[in-house]
Ligand binder design. Structure first.
Ligand code: PLP
Length: 282
């Protein structure tokens, strides 16, 4: 069961017009919220980022945080499985014609679609994963979680073709992020990651990992990171709501550090898992 424009229905009965602006232009934004044992994780933070994405594209938020939370909880309740990945999607709706400027008086399309949550396998956690890199050829508003995901589609397909789990992106010699993750480097016991700006998505997991590192007194620098630092790092890892903290042990065929999951990646993942358990128990 999913939610579409005011009603709960089966996926096969959920219909969106072919003229929806999400379909024609990618004129919309989205969120992905991990759900553990039917508890949405960092729900307020995801709803705040959704609100920021909507504001950035001048699309009025159709719901208050309380209304969103109720809809999300109802969708979660309707599923047969406990651990979910809940996809939220809001577009500028169906204007009935293909014209670029905003249409007047058109209701947004609101979709909440859950699926079973897939997190990294125990093997991927233990051994880490491989990644490729590519020039960051996306636009200059990567802080908006926009439906325009063609770069991500192309880069993740390229990674997959090479047996890799992610594609790291560089712009003008600087690290931006992964195709669908934020990226952290470690050198001599100090963690570093790029600051939040228009070049990266402000990751919910990124924020939490920085907070956890600081809480536990782990040296943590939020500052621009060069491509050379990435290529010479002792450790690299990516963060996202579904990948959590996942070590990258090979980049473009070269081992990262000694080619194994490093102690800092293990430590931060442990802090993350402990935090998750504590919150989920509360
Ligand atoms: N950066 C990009 C481009 C992403 O698409 C994602 C998640 O999909 C992230 C970073 C990680 O964000 P979060 O931790 O909120 O899942």
């Amino acid at each position: 069961m999913l939610y579409l424009n005011g009603r709960f229905c089966r996926a096969e009965d959920a219909m969106i017009s072919a003229l929806d602006r999400g379909c024609l232009f990618g004129d919309g934004v989205y969120e992905v919220i991990p759900v553990y044992s039917r508890n949405p994780f960092r729900l307020d933070e995801h709803l705040a980022r959704l609100d920021a994405s909507l504001a950035a594209i001048s699309l009025p938020n159709p719901h208050t945080p309380l209304q969103w939370a109720e809809l999300v909880r109802e969708v979660i309740r309707l599923q047969a499985y406990d651990d979910q990945s809940v996809y939220l999607h809001v577009t500028r709706g169906n204007a009935g014609e293909r014209d670029f400027p905003f249409p007047a008086g058109v209701a947004p399309t609101v979709l909440i679609n859950p699926s079973p949550l897939v997190t990294p396998s125990p093997e991927a956690k233990a051994k880490g994963v491989r990644a490729i890199s590519h020039a960051d050829f996306r636009w200059l508003r990567c802080d908006i979680k926009s439906l325009n995901l063609l770069p991500t589609v192309l880069l993740r397909e390229a990674a997959k073709q090479q047996g890799c789990a992610e594609c790291l992106m560089f712009r003008d010699g600087m690290l931006s992020e992964g195709a669908a993750s934020n990226v952290f480097v470690v050198k001599q016991g100090v963690i570093a990651c790029p600051p939040k700006n228009h070049l990266i998505l402000p990751g919910i997991t990124y924020d939490l990992v920085i907070e956890l590192a600081r809480q536990h007194g782990v040296p943590m620098e939020v500052r621009p990171v060069t491509e050379a630092e990435v290529r010479n790092a002792d450790e690299l890892w990516m963060t996202s709501s579904t990948r959590e903290v996942l070590a990258i042990v090979e980049l473009d065929g070269q081992a990262v550090g000694d080619g194994c999951v490093g102690p800092m990646a293990r430590q931060l993942d442990q802090y993350y898992q402990d935090f998750k358990r504590t919150v989920m128990r509360a």
